[in-house]
Design a protein around this ligand. Structure first.
Ligand code: GAP
Length: 611
C-alpha cells in the first residue's frame, strides 16, 4: 500500500521556508528555474552548521580520515572510467501530445499526484467502474484536465473496451489497469498503454537520458573540449587517492572526505529540494584492505554477529564489519543532530538492486512528509573505482603494505594458495566485466594475485554518501511544530515553533533588552551581544514586545533567548549582572521555561549546549 503523504505539512513547510528566509526559489523574479534552490539567511546558517558538524565528525575528530577539496570540472576521461558517460542515465519518455518529459520509472508515482487521475479515482472508488459517471466526466471536466486521454478523445470506443473487460471479470479493477484502459483506444492493436501523468496522452518508449550537465573548457565549443559538471564528489577522491596517501602519512585503512556541489540534470526534479539539479554532497571514501589481505595478516575475518554498533575498529575487520561500522556511525551522527532513530530506516538493497560492482548498499531513509526516502547511501564498492582509474589512466592505484609482505611469508602453502585463488578470482571477474578477453583477464589477475606475496594490493572502499540538501529538508520538516495558545480574552492563535537541535539551529541565541527606550538596558544588552558574538551566530533584537520577540525566535528555531532586564542592572541587588534565559524547549510544555544565570557563566553555559 502506498504510504500516506502529509501534503498539508509540506505546504506549510514550503511557505514557512520562504516567509522566514530558509529557502527561496532560484531566480524567482524571472519565474524561477526548475530544480534549483537558494538558501536565505536562516537556511544558509543551518546548512553551514550541518556541513561544519559533518566535517568535524568525519575528519577532525578522527585520526584515520583526511580531507579534500577538488574542482567541480575535471578531466572528462574520469567520467568515462567511472561509468558515468555510458551508464549514468534515467529512462525517459516524452508525451507525444503535451511534449512533457517523464521519468519512465516514476510515471505511476506522478500519475497519482495529478488532477485527472485523482478525479478518476473519485469516480471509481476502489476500482469499481462506473461507466456512466466516466462518460459524463469525459464530456465535461475531463476535457480540461486530461484533453489527451483516450477516454476524453473517444469516450464511446474507450468505454466499450472497458465495459467488455468488466463483463469478462466483474471484480473491481486495480487502479493502474483502470488508468491504462482509459488511456487506450486501439486495444486490439496496441494492448494496454501507459498514459502521460500530465494530460493522459501517449508516451514514447523509454530511452536512456544521461544526467550529466555538459559544458566546454576553453574558447572553442567542440567534442575535444567537452567536459562535465561533476555528478558526484566521489570520483575526485579516487583520482587523488595516491596524492592524499603520500602527503597525509595515512595508511590503509583510512578515508578521504569531501563535501561540495554536485549536478544532475534530473528529468523530473521534485519534492521541493529533495531531488534538485544542483545540490551538495558530503562523501567519505573509506579505503580498506581486501578480505584476503586481512585474513593473511589477522588469521581470520571477524564476523558480523550482534546488531548495533560493532565498537572500535579492529585489525581483523573485513569489508562487512567496516560496512556495518559506517552504517552505525552515520546513524549516530543523525541522532546527534536531532533526528532520532524512530525517524530513520535502514534499507538493505536487494542483490538485484545493487550496482554491478557493489557488494552491499544500505540506504538510510528518513520519514519525509511525502514518504520515507533516501537521505544517505552507504555502499561497499569493492576495488572497482580505483581499478577503473588505474586501468584507464595507466597509473597504478595499488598500495604497498610491509605488514602484508611479512605476514605472507609466514603463511603455510595451503593458506597462501587459498587466499591467492580467491584474490585471483575476484580480479579475473572484474577484468572480464571490463571487456578484457578471458586470456588477458586471467593473465592480469594472476599478476595482481602474485602481488600479494610482495605486499601489493588495490584497496577496497566503503562509501557513506550523504546529501546536504536532503538533510536540511529532513531537519526542517522534523523541526516544524505548531502550538495553539489562548490569550486572556479567550482568543486562540496558532504559531510555529521550529524545534531544531541547538547544534544545527541557525541562530543559537537571541539577545533582547527588555525595553529599547532605556539606554542602560540597551547598553548592557549590547555588551552581552559583544561577549557572545565571536563564539556563535546570534540575533540582537530590541523591536516590539518581548512576547512577540520570543515568538519570532521560536519560528526561527532559536533554542535560547537572553533577556536583559532591570534586575540585570541591580534593581534586586542579589540579581545584579544576571540575565533570564528563556528556553524554546523541545515540547509545548517546555516552551517558554525560564531560568536566571549570571553573565559570567553565560558563555560556557551556551557553548556546552550549542556545540
Ligand atoms: N557517490 C555515490 C553517490 O553519489 P547517490 O546515491 O547517487 O550516490 C548520494 O547520491 C546522496 O546524494 C543521496 O543519498 C542523496 O542524499 C544525494 N542526492 C543524490 N541525488 C540528489 C538530487 N538530485 N538532489 C538532492 N540530493 C541528491
Amino acid at each position: 500500500m502506498a504510504e500516506p503523504k502529509n501534503t498539508d505539512l509540506m505546504e506549510k513547510v514550503v511557505s514557512l521556508c520562504k516567509r522566514r528566509g530558509f529557502i527561496f526559489q532560484s531566480s524567482e523574479i524571472y519565474g524561477g528555474i526548475n530544480g534549483f534552490w537558494d538558501y536565505g539567511p536562516l537556511g544558509a546558517e543551518l546548512k553551514r552548521n550541518v556541513k561544519e558538524l559533518w566535517w568535524t565528525t568525519m575528519t577532525r575528530m578522527r585520526d584515520d580520515v583526511a580531507g579534500l577539496e577538488a574542482t567541480i570540472i575535471m578531466h572528462p576521461q574520469i567520467w568515462k572510467a567511472s561509468g558515468h558517460v555510458d551508464t549514468f542515465s534515467d529512462p525517459m519518455s516524452t508525451c507525444r501530445q503535451c511534449k512533457k518529459l517523464v521519468r519512465a520509472d516514476q510515471v505511476w508515482e506522478q500519475l497519482t499526484e495529478n488532477a485527472w487521475a485523482q478525479a478518476v479515482a473519485e469516480l471509481c472508488p476502489g476500482g469499481q467502474v462506473d461507466v456512466a459517471r466516466l462518460l459524463g466526466w469525459a464530456k465535461s471536466k475531463g476535457q480540461r484536465i486530461a484533453p489527451n486521454l483516450a477516454l476524453v478523445r473517444n469516450p464511446e470506443l474507450t468505454l466499450s473496451w472497458l465495459a467488455e473487460r468488466v463483463q469478462q471479470n466483474p471484480a473491481p479493477l486495480e487502479m493502474k489497469e483502470l488508468y491504462q484502459h482509459l488511456a487506450t483506444e486501439q486495444l486490439r492493436q496496441t494492448g494496454l498503454v501507459t498514459p502521460c501523468p500530465h494530460c493522459g496522452g501517449e508516451l514514447t518508449p523509454p530511452r536512456p537520458f544521461n544526467l550529466m550537465f555538459k559544458t566546454h573548457y576553453g574558447p572553442v565549443e567542440s567534442e575535444d573540449n567537452l567536459c562535465y559538471l561533476r555528478p558526484e564528489t566521489a570520483q575526485a577522491i579516487f583520482v587523488q587517492f595516491k596524492n592524499v596517501l603520500e602527503t597525509s602519512r595515512q595508511r590503509v585503512p583510512f578515508g578521504i572526505a569531501q563535501m561540495g556541489k554536485a549536478f544532475r540534470n534530473e528529468v523530473t526534479p521534485r519534492n521541493y529540494t529533495f531531488r534538485s539539479r544542483e545540490f551538495e554532497q558530503m562523501e567519505l571514501e573509506f579505503f580498506i584492505k581486501p578480505d584476503e589481505v586481512v585474513e593473511a595478516q589477522a588469521g581470520a575475518i571477524a564476523t558480523v554477529s550482534a546488531p548495533g554498533h560493532p565498537g572500535e575498529p579492529q585489525p581483523n575487520w573485513g569489508w562487512q564489519m567496516w560496512h556495518k561500522y559506517w552504517v552505525e556511525e552515520r546513524i549516530k551522527f543523525y541522532e546527534g543532530i536531532g533526528l532520532p532513530r524512530t525517524t530513520l530506516e535502514e534499507y538493505w538493497q536487494k542483490p538485484e538492486e545493487l550496482a554491478h560492482y557493489a557488494r552491499a548498499c544500505v540506504d538510510i531513509l528518513f520519514k519525509f512528509p511525502f514518504g520515507t526516502q533516501e537521505l544517505e547511501g552507504i555502499a561497499a564498492r569493492s576495488d572497482y573505482d580505483l581499478s577503473q582509474h588505474a586501468r584507464c589512466s595507466g597509473k597504478p592505484m595499488g598500495v604497498f603494505d610491509e605488514e602484508l609482505r611479512a605476514a605472507w611469508i609466514k603463511l603455510d602453502q595451503t593458506k597462501k594458495d587459498e587466499l591467492w585463488k580467491r584474490y585471483f578470482e575476484a580480479r579475473r571477474k572484474y577484468l572480464e566485466k571490463t571487456g578484457e578477453t578471458i586470456e588477458k583477464a586471467a593473465a592480469l589477475a594472476r599478476e595482481d594475485a602474485d602481488g600479494l606475496a610482495k605486499g601489493l594490493y588495490i584497496p577496497h572502499v566503503i562509501e557513506p554518501s550523504a546529501g546536504v540538501d536532503r538533510l536540511i529538508l529532513g531537519l526542517i520538516t522534523h523541526a516544524y511544530s505548531e502550538v495553539t495558545e489562548t490569550d486572556a480574552k479567550g482568543k486562540s492563535e496558532s504559531r510555529v515553533i521550529m524545534r531544531f537541535h541547538p547544534r544545527v539551529a541557525p541562530i543559537k541565541v537571541a539577545v533582547l533588552p527588555l525595553l529599547k527606550n532605556k539606554p542602560e538596558l540597551v547598553a548592557k544588552a549590547l555588551a552581552v551581544r559583544d561577549l557572545l558574538r565571536p563564539h556563535m551566530n546570534l540575533f540582537y533584537d530590541e523591536a516590539g514586545s518581548i512576547g512577540r520577540r520570543y515568538a519570532r525566535q521560536d519560528e526561527a528555531g532559536t533554542p535560547y533567548c537572553v533577556t536583559i532586564d532591570f534586575d540585570t542592572l541591580g534593581e534586586k541587588p542579589e540579581l545584579l549582572d544576571t540575565v533570564t534565559i528563556r528556553h524554546r524547549g523541545d515540547t509545548a510544555e517546555d516552551n517558554g521555561r525560564q531560568e536566571r544565570i549570571s553573565i559570567n557563566e553565560l558563555l560556557p553555559w551556551l557553548l556546552a549546549r550549542v556545540r
